[in-house]
Design a binder for this molecule. Structure first.
Ligand code: PEP
Ligand code: MG
Length: 882
């Protein structure tokens, strides 16, 4: 019914239902649903979101809408036995917005509509309450002027303020009925004076203008900003609900309140809410008076309370979810004004989901669907205690969740030495690089001035489960002076700061932290998710500590070990540098021989921790300059240590510099020029696997070649790995099972996937680089201007956060299709940061990957998102390769 613009609810004529929220908005759909259930709601009608979109397109009501509104008003008049604009028993209505997704406070509302100089007197007579009548009228004028005529609320506040001063009144409620009547006159005069129009006395004119204003409020700046923030579409429009007014401020047997059917902070199954007696809803919102706990209603109006309790239970049963409800009691009669699924803290969400299954209200699948995967972050990391006062001195990107408190240091070395003394430190860097890894490892948190959500700092911090604020551009970091400056604050080495990794805030001093709670309900819910999901979940893990965390968070293997991080550990970096500075292959091999035992024990450590689970080890990836010293002083130190001239070190540093290092001599390209690096790593992996085999453990190494662009380069690398594996197995007289596969992180490789899969046993999508290269967008620098793209609606979400299904996603699909066409049992996974982001996990399920791999603390999020994707899209058969 394309041209049905209006839906009635209440008074026996309900046309809508809860399933129609796209057309009627959340509020309209739920009012209709409650009315159908026989729950007392003040009757009314909803102008559809479609009506709004059409109105906004042509700047006039679609044909027939106004007649429909008038018809509905007649229906309400009959239902209420009152007349709109009537001078005996006036009908008053509210006009409220209601979009398909709740956008609290972003759009406009007008209450008490229908009052004018005559009906206000009628209202006084009808209620015998002059104060109530004029209080309603002056509120209406104020709201109408604000919403419809764009007048400042402040101007009206000034008038009431002046009157209170004149009368010696402390609060609004201390003004008399006559005062409020006079104030109404003053308000009307103010409208005339400021807007040039007479305050409309015709109720139908009031109604038309108010409906138009609420439609238009869909386009106000607040609403637009809110939609950007929550990725809501501009195309939806808002519905408008016109509803008979009921009053909670007509005497002591009246009241208004808000209640949740369960505690939204803890999830406890108990009615939780507040009521204000003899008050209107806006008094609750404005905080003028302090509401009383809902239990007081039981003492003062027991019948109302038991009716309310019964309605809450019915609504919860009906919606199969915790409800957030608004109600008004008018002269002892209860009206429900709104119900919706209540927002809740993560801990409450999990408890409610699990308890509702136990109560038989919902299924396990429904429970799994009811928890927002990203919200689990709240359960897994410490947070800034909301009760404490904090001074925020800057804000950056919330790159890795949690919170951290520590003393500022500016170098990784300083971080390590202070941490050894037991100090809590925060590492502050312009940006981090692999050489900071040890410092990051001991830091409580990491703060950088540059870099986006897939910058080195962000990626590594997430993997370590540490809080990180990245790309905080307001920071002027001066490591040589051991200070940073921001927004007029000077912070020196050793000063205390705190980081909020959930908001990106940088706080001066030591904020109070709240530790996470992993409840038994959480464990139960995760077990259900694991039973349901098709996708495997692995971890991006480089160390034994990462492996321990990975297992704790329920990972089934390692999907990415970035071996370069091992090269920075104690005892190794000197050999790595000697390898880079080597004059010839002979010297290079000697340095690599020195590295071999370290690498072997690194891999053995991973295999021991992971047992018979797959461990995907990526061979060396970054460009070599990342391992070389940067400052003159460090160069001199390295030269002395390696017994070469400073000139040699400088020359090498110069030689390895590149204009575009991300597109440079790195990954498998290093192996083309220095095959011995790959030989050493392959040998170390297979030797470690043989050692495990001797101990009776079948390790499952998956050796991964990074940055492949096509079949020839891939084959060149693969052959080295296979040759070395065969050599080692022959030497040891042991056979081990291993896979060789490739990262898919360059678009060209994805197009050549059919050829590569002839010999590749697995693909792992490196969507950080794949996004960078598909968009031609630097993953480290895009953070500077991407927010403008999002603000200007040129891009939906940051493609480094949520996979761009249309572009990057299509390339992924092409690669999978071509790869699987050649090799049916090709194992397919993802190891870019997207592997821990719910909508990307859903995408991975939709293209039938075998697993996602993410930072260990994101694994529960991925497990839940994977289970949700299975419920939504169904199961599929995964690859059986091991
Ligand atoms: C990737 O590019 O997605 C990836 C996992 O590799 P890295 O982040 O180490 O470049
Ligand atoms: Mg990469």
């Amino acid at each position: 019914m394309a041209d049905k613009w209006i839906y009635a609810f209440g008074a026996g004529d309900t046309e809508g239902s809860a399933g129609m929220r796209e057309l009627l908005g959340g509020k309209g759909a739920n009012l209709a649903e409650m009315a159908s259930l026989g729950i007392p709601v003040p009757p009314g009608f909803t102008l559809t979101t479609q009506c709004c979109v059409t109105y906004l397109g042509s700047n006039k009501f679609p044909d027939g809408v106004w007649d429909g509104v008038k018809l509905q008003m007649s229906r309400l008049e009959i239902a209420m036995g009152a007349k709109f604009g009537g001078e005996a028993n006036p009908l008053l209505v509210s006009v409220r917005s209601g979009a398909r997704e709740s956008m609290p406070g972003m759009m406009d509302t007008v209450l008490n509509l229908g009052l004018n100089d005559k009906t206000v007197v009628a209202l006084e007579k009808k209620t015998g309450n002059r104060r109530f009548a004029f209080d309603s009228y002056r509120r209406f004028i104020n709201m109408f002027a604000n919403v419809v005529l764009n007048m400042e609320h402040r101007d009206f506040e000034n008038l009431i303020g002046a009157m209170k001063k004149d009368r010696g009144a402390l609060n609004d409620v201390d003004l008399s009925a006559d005062d409020l009547a006079e104030l109404s006159k003053q308000y009307e005069a103010l409208v005339k004076d400021k807007s040039g129009v007479t305050f409309p006395q015709d109720p139908y004119e009031q109604l038309r203008l108010a409906i138009e204003a609420v439609f238009n409020s869909w386009k106000n700046d607040r609403a637009i900003a809110y939609r950007r923030l929550y990725s809501l579409s501009d195309e939806w429009g808002t519905a408008v609900n016109v509803q008979c007014m009921v009053y909670g401020n007509m005497g002591d047997d009246c009241g208004t309140g808000v209640a949740f059917s369960r505690n939204p902070s803890t999830g406890e199954r108990a009615l939780y809410g507040e009521i204000l007696f003899n008050a209107q809803g806006e008094d609750v919102v404005a905080g003028i008076r302090t509401p009383e706990p809902i239990a007081v209603l039981m003492e003062r109006m027991p019948e109302c309370f038991s009716q309310f309790k019964e309605i809450c239970a019915r609504l919860e049963d009906h919606y199969k979810d915790m409800q957030d409800m608004e109600f008004t009691i008018q002269n002892g009669r209860l009206f429900m004004l709104q119900t919706r699924n209540g927002k809740r803290a993560a801990v409450a969400a999990v408890r409610i989901a699990v308890e509702m299954v136990a109560e038989g209200r919902i299924t396990k699948e429904e429970a799994v669907l009811s928890v927002e995967p990203d919200s689990l972050d709240q359960l897994l990391h410490p947070a800034i205690d909301a009760k404490g006062e904090v001074l925020i001195i800057a804000s950056g990107l919330a790159a890795s969740p949690g919170a951290a408190v520590g003393q500022v240091v500016f170098t990784a070395d300083e971080a390590v030495s202070r941490a050894e003394n037991g100090e809590a430190i925060i590492l502050v860097r312009q940006e981090t690089s692999p050489e900071d890894i040890m410092g990051m490892n001991v830091a409580q948190g990491i703060l950088t001035a540059r870099g986006g959500l897939t910058s080195h700092a962000a990626v590594v911090a997430r993997q370590m489960g540490k809080c990180c604020v990245a790309g905080c551009t307001a920071l002027d970091v001066q490591p040589d002076k051991k200070i940073f400056q921001t927004n007029g604050h000077l912070i020196k080495e050793g000063d205390w700061i705190s980081l909020n990794g959930n908001s990106g805030d940088v706080i001066i001093g030591q904020a109070k932290l709240k530790q996470p709670e992993m409840t038994s309900e959480f464990t139960t819910l995760m077990a259900w998710a694991d039973d349901i999901r098709t996708l495997g979940v692995r971890a991006n893990a480089d160390t034994v500590a990462d492996c321990v965390a990975a297992l704790k968070y329920g990972c089934e293997g390692i999907g990415l070990c970035r071996t370069e991080h091992m090269f920075f550990e104690e005892g190794r970096i000197d050999h790595v540098r000697a390898m880079i500075l080597a004059e010839d292959e002979f010297e290079r091999r000697r340095a690599l021989d020195n590295l071999l035992p370290f690498q072997r024990s690194d891999f053995r450590g991973l295999f021991e921790a992971m047992g018979e689970r797959p461990v995907t080890i990526r061979l060396l990836d970054p460009p070599l300059h990342e391992f070389l010293p940067k400052t003159e002083r460090d160069m001199a130190q390295v030269a002395a240590l390696l017994n070469v001239s400073v000139e040699t070190v400088k020359r090498a540093t110069e030689y390895h510099k590149e204009q575009n290092p991300m597109l440079g001599h790195r990954g498998c390209r290093l192996v083309v020029t220095f095959p011995e690096i790959c030989e050493m790593q392959a040998r170390a992996i297979i030797e470690a696997a043989c050692e495990m085999k001797k101990k009776g453990v079948t390790a499952i190494p998956e050796i991964m070649i990074p940055l492949v662009t096509g079949e020839a380069e891939w084959e060149f690398n693969r052959e080295i790995v296979v040759r070395l594996a065969n050599e080692v197995m022959k030497e040891q007289g042991i056979k081990v099972r291993y896979l060789v596969g490739t990262m898919m992180e360059i678009p060209r490789a994805c197009f050549r996937a059919g050829k590569i899969a002839e010999s590749a046993e697995f693909f792992s999508f490196g969507t950080n680089d794949l996004t960078q290269m598909t968009y031609g967008l630097s993953r480290d620098d895009a953070g500077r201007f991407l927010p403008e793209y999002i603000e200007k609606n040129l891009i939906g979400r940051d493609p480094f956060v949520a996979i761009d299904r249309e572009g990057v996603g299509e390339i992924v699909e092409i690669a999978i299709k071509r790869g699987k066409a050649v090799r049916k049992n090709l194992e397919v996974g993802i190891c870019g940061e997207h592997g821990g982001e719910p909508s990307s996990v859903e995408f991975c399920h939709m293209v039938k990957m075998d697993y996602v791999s993410c930072a260990p603390p994101r694994a529960p999020i991925a497990r839940l998102a994977a289970a949700q994707a299975t419920i939504t899209h169904g199961k599929y058969k995964t690859t059986e390769i091991h």
